[in-house]
Design a protein around this ligand. Structure first.
Ligand SMILES: C[S@@+](CC[C@H](N)C(=O)[O-])C[C@H]1O[C@@H](n2cnc3c(N)ncnc32)[C@H](O)[C@@H]1O
Length: 493
């Protein structure tokens, strides 16, 4: 049965104004020029007149290995399942706390049976998000910096059988800071700043990150007592649904919250400028378009139309699969609407807008990856001169045994980057997304892979360039185009 969203019907013309592709070119150009200027980045440009729409072009010569761009994300989320592996700042995604806390927390979750970093054979709906078979694993304990993990999965004892567990007291003393590991002071991590809204889900590396997150996204999405959500109970249900199905919905909620909060700020600024004028409580479409601008410029399609058909779905079942995805998005949207509805921004809660936001993530997002300092720590101990190493390993060896092979799991998630997402694909790219040793937060780092001349288009590969021609074309079909780069032309027979 066709899904009918009343908001889509009520605001059809306003929604099409928001989604009209593309917004006027001069506004798009202005947005990117201002963004580059605000970041003092003059060595690249975004241009719109390329063969494939927008593209990024070099504004200077770059040597091989040179940094082209460090892009701040617009929207990013750590995968829900990864939250038990690493404690990172919810805004900039750097690791926080201490080496001891990172390890203690991981051992704690392992001990209570919350599975580390992969599902119990759960299938995923899309390539960019993890999905979980949910079950309630809360035991009511209040652990330091443990997000409410009621919605996380527990796995059976099979995964615990091979572990050599540490005594509970050791795990506790790692978490509460009583036990100091040898040389851990060399791996300083910023101390944990809890969410001022009172939820136990968001933690930060600094007050600045906490405040920036609160004013940009989190004030509406916080489940704590200071939350500005209209229903915290339904917000918890929305989060649980996303954790159980597809955590891309958490990212979509951030995009909607961001737009509502930006709209409110723009409106407050206008009110303060024109204090004597009577400004109504109904939606000001021009302000909403302005608040929406960072999303409006992103390349997008409806999620249920652009999501790749999983290999195990027969083409005869394609229509049913796409309807199932749309239905899932609608269920998620209904929960989000009940949790954070804003009357003036009502049209943001239409299925059409929700589908396009998720589709934008599907077509543009980059994996969010941050290396673990726990790995560096154990490598450092391993590199010590033999007598020092022997002494240190009396403490660290049982910990490594308890952690098993997965002793240092990286932070993983998905993020939308406003500049990197303008880069077009080539199977013979001149640049790549690559984290150097010093890149320890969620920013995207783009490096020149070969020398790039001023004026050249900067291209990256969206897929593994080492695949065969046929495999590459199949993988790129998920992005909705047939690649005709020089490598594909040479290899096409
Ligand atoms: C991440 S966006 C890149 C920026 C995009 N050109 C824009 O205008 O926003 C990815 C989309 O750009 C287009 N694209 C990127 N590389 C391409 C290529 N080599 N050939 C054809 N289309 C490409 C496709 O529509 C793809 O889904």
């Amino acid at each position: 049965m066709e899904i009918s969203c009343p908001i889509d019907e009520q605001y059809a013309s306003e929604i099409s104004a928001l989604l009209k592709p593309p917004p006027p070119p001069h506004l798009v150009q202005e947005y990117y020029d201002q963004l580059l200027e605000s970041r003092q980045c003059h060595s690249i440009r975004v241009k719109q007149e390329g063969e494939f729409g927008k593209g990024v072009y070099a504004n200077a010569d770059f040597k091989e290995g040179e940094l082209l761009l460090r892009d701040e994300m617009l929207f990013g989320c750590q995968h829900s399942s990864n939250k038990i592996d690493c404690l990172v700042c919810s805004f900039c995604f750097c690791f926080i706390g201490s080496i001891e806390l990172q390890i203690g927390r991981r051992l704690y979750f392992q001990d209570v049976g919350v599975h580390p970093h992969h599902g119990c054979g759960a299938e995923t709906f899309s390539g960019i998000s993890n999905n979980h078979q949910g079950s309630d694993s809360s035991n009511g304990e209040d652990i330091p910096y443990g997000e409410s993990y009621d919605n996380m999965e527990t796995c059976g004892p099979s995964s615990k059988a091979e572990i050599i567990p540490l005594p509970k007291e050791i795990v506790q003393s790692l978490m509460n800071g009583e036990l100091k590991l040898p040389c851990s002071e060399k791996f300083y991590l910023p101390s944990v700043v809890p969410c001022s809204g009172g939820c136990k889900e968001a933690y930060y590396c600094s007050k600045q990150c906490a405040e920036a997150d609160w004013s940009s996204f989190h004030s509406l999405l916080c489940t704590g007592e200071r939350s500005e959500a209209s229903s915290r109970e339904v917000l918890v249900q929305f989060i649980k649904h996303a954790n159980e199905t597809n955590d891309i919905f958490l990212l979509a909620a951030k995009a909607i919250s961001f737009t509502i909060l930006r709209y409110r700020k723009l409106k407050a600024a206008r009110l303060s400028q024109r204090a004597s004028l009577n400004i109504s409580n109904s939606c000001d479409l021009s302000l909403l378009m302005e608040a929406w601008r960072p999303i409006s410029v992103g390349h997008k399609k409806r999620w249920w139309e652009c999501v790749a058909l999983p290999e195990d779905v027969a083409s005869s079942d394609e229509a049913a699969f796409r309807m199932q995805i749309k239905d899932l998005a609608f269920t998620s949207l209904q929960l989000l609407r009940a949790a954070i509805f804003d009357r003036e921004c009502a049209l943001l809660f239409s299925l059409e807008i929700y589908g396009h936001i998720i589709g934008m993530f599907e077509l543009n997002n980059l994996d969010l990856v941050v290396a673990s300092p726990v790995e560096d720590y154990f490598l450092y101990i391993d590199d010590r001169p033999s007598s020092e190493k022997e002494e240190a390993e009396k403490v660290t060896r049982p910990i490594l045994d308890a952690l098993r092979d997965e002793y240092a799991v990286i932070c993983e998630g998905s993020a939308f980057f406003p500049l990197q997402s303008c880069m077009n694909h080539s199977c013979r790219p001149n640049a790549k997304a690559f984290k150097r040793d010093e890149d320890r937060d969620g920013r995207a780092t783009i490096i020149a892979q070969i020398p790039i001349r001023c004026g050249d288009e900067v291209t990256i590969s969206y897929i593994d360039e080492d695949l065969t021609f046929e495999e590459r074309q199949a993988a790129l079909a998920d992005y909705g185009f047939i690649c005709r780069c020089s490598k594909c032309q040479e290899e096409e027979t």
